[in-house]
Write a protein that binds this ligand. Structure first.
Ligand code: IMP
Ligand code: MG
Length: 177
């Protein structure tokens, strides 16, 4: 653990709260797509945990792809989004649901949207577990949002601080000592 930082004593969102909300999101997605074949594009690394839990609750026909995007250095967004493995071999005409861990400044989602639209999907929506609307710098809204949270830096359930804490089963606030 970095010496200058500590985790909040209590989780901001515990594992039960996360699981309950993930089930609600999956139910909403199933209802909206109503059997339309869906391609989930999971944004690595942070959304791998959320994506795995969410996709388990989606129809068995769901196709899963991954894209690696990175914009953070420590707890600061660089605003400079690196999409490191292309945007996945998406079939033109597919219905794509981007799965993100958190929307912060909005740069990552905006860059991914622009990149994906070049693949001519039949539709493109986004689902984010967390949203920090107070931090938004560019217009980027998700169609499905798990939790709106205040302007806190959070870790756990896939979210990292310099690659640490992803393995925590709940989401904690990271606090400067
Ligand atoms: P954006 O491009 O600023 O919207 O940032 C999106 C990405 O930054 C997310 O996919 C996360 O990887 C990372 N990020 C933003 N806020 C946090 C946070 O509070 N904890 C951990 N990672 C974060
Ligand atoms: Mg990250």
């Amino acid at each position: 653990m970095p010496e200058s930082m500590r985790l909040s004593d209590e989780p901001l969102l515990d594992a039960d709260a996360i699981a309950a909300r993930v089930a609600e999101l999956a139910a909403a997605i199933r209802r909206d797509y109503d059997g339309t074949p869906l391609t989930c594009l999971v944004v690595l690394k942070g959304a791998a945990w959320f994506g795995a839990d969410l996709i388990r609750l989606l129809p068995e026909s769901t196709v899963v792809e991954f894209v690696h995007a990175r914009s953070y250095d420590g707890a600061a967004s660089t605003g400079n989004v690196h999409i490191e493995t292309g945007a996945g071999p998406l079939a033109a005409g597919s219905h794509v649901l981007l799965i993100e861990d958190i929307i912060d400044t909005g740069h990552t989602l905006a860059a991914l949207r622009a990149r994906l639209l070049a693949h001519r999907p039949a539709s493109l929506k986004a689902c984010a577990l967390l949203d920090k609307p107070a931090r938004r710098q560019v217009d980027a809204a998700a169609d499905y949002i798990g939790f709106e949270i205040p302007d806190h830096f959070v870790v756990g359930y896939g979210l990292d601080y310099n690659e640490h804490y992803r393995a925590l089963p709940a989401i904690y606030q990271l606090i400067a000592r």
